[in-house]
Design a protein around this ligand. Structure first.
Ligand SMILES: [Fe+2]
Length: 250
């Protein structure tokens, strides 16, 4: 089907920018998508765990408490953003709506998230070996009653992103059995992320298989920051809506 909509033009413009970037920075992207092990063999998956200061995490938590909630809605995509889930996937929409409560992030939350990114930017650059651009921010809550395997809680690799895309998962209530967490699979080994409130995981969700773990006792609050290696450092957080995953314009 020939598409000549404004959205398609933006997507093509973004893709050509990304392709140009990939051509220029192939070495960095190779390291970020498929890093070598100690013997120089390429293997898939690597990640980093760290945490933000307690005060900053508490400030974020307070602000999220004041935030209104929204159900997963396939049409909730900011203009100019790529869709995460295809338009007619109503069964996925129903499952995500039943099992996850999304925060309707507004300026007060985004400004604290920007403060957090400012605080951890050198840690991210140290991992990526290059600057980065924030592509999207979302936040959602999972309760202990979440259905097994719903949405991101079954083992998966993220689709729909460009190579080199990374995510930060920030565990506002901490990462453990009671508050929920994530397992990242490095080769065949599942590594369970654990840490106090404010712990974050930085990883490539395309090449690192992973699985959300439902909390046993308390609510799991996750802030998900999507970023991409970039020439300049662009840390302005933007939220593309619950079904938006990255902006179509570079
Ligand atoms: Fe994922």
């Amino acid at each position: 089907m020939a598409e000549s909509t404004a959205e398609e033009k933006r997507r093509l413009s973004f893709e050509s920018h990304i392709e140009e970037y990939i051509d220029k920075n192939q070495d960095i992207l190779d390291d970020n998508t498929n890093p070598p092990n100690r013997k120089g063999m390429r293997r898939y998956g690597r990640y980093k765990i760290n945490s933000i200061p307690t005060k900053l995490n508490s400030k974020l938590k307070q602000s999220l408490n004041l935030c209104s909630r929204t159900k997963y809605d396939l049409t909730d995509v900011r203009d100019g953003f790529a869709l995460g889930v295809v338009k007619d996937a109503h069964d996925i929409e129903a499952s995500l709506s039943r099992n996850f409560s999304f925060f309707d992030l507004q300026d007060p939350q985004l400004s604290i998230i920007k403060e957090i990114i400012e605080h951890i930017k050198l840690d991210i650059i140290d991992f990526l070996k290059v600057n980065f651009k924030i592509m999207n921010v979302r936040a959602y809550e999972t309760s202990p009653s979440c259905e097994a395997g719903a949405g991101p809680n079954s083992p998966h690799s993220d689709g729909g992103f460009f190579d080199g895309t990374h995510k930060i998962l920030l565990y506002v209530n901490g990462a453990d059995d009671n508050h929920g967490t994530t397992v990242v699979f490095i080769e065949k080994t599942g590594n369970v992320i654990s840490g106090p409130p404010g712990t974050y995981l930085l990883f490539n969700p395309k090449t690192t298989r992973h699985q959300g773990i439902i909390p046993k006792k308390h609510k799991k609050i996750l802030v998900e920051i999507t970023l991409y290696p970039w020439e300049d450092l662009i840390i302005e957080p933007i939220c593309g809506g619950v079904n938006g995953i990255f902006p179509l314009e570079a």
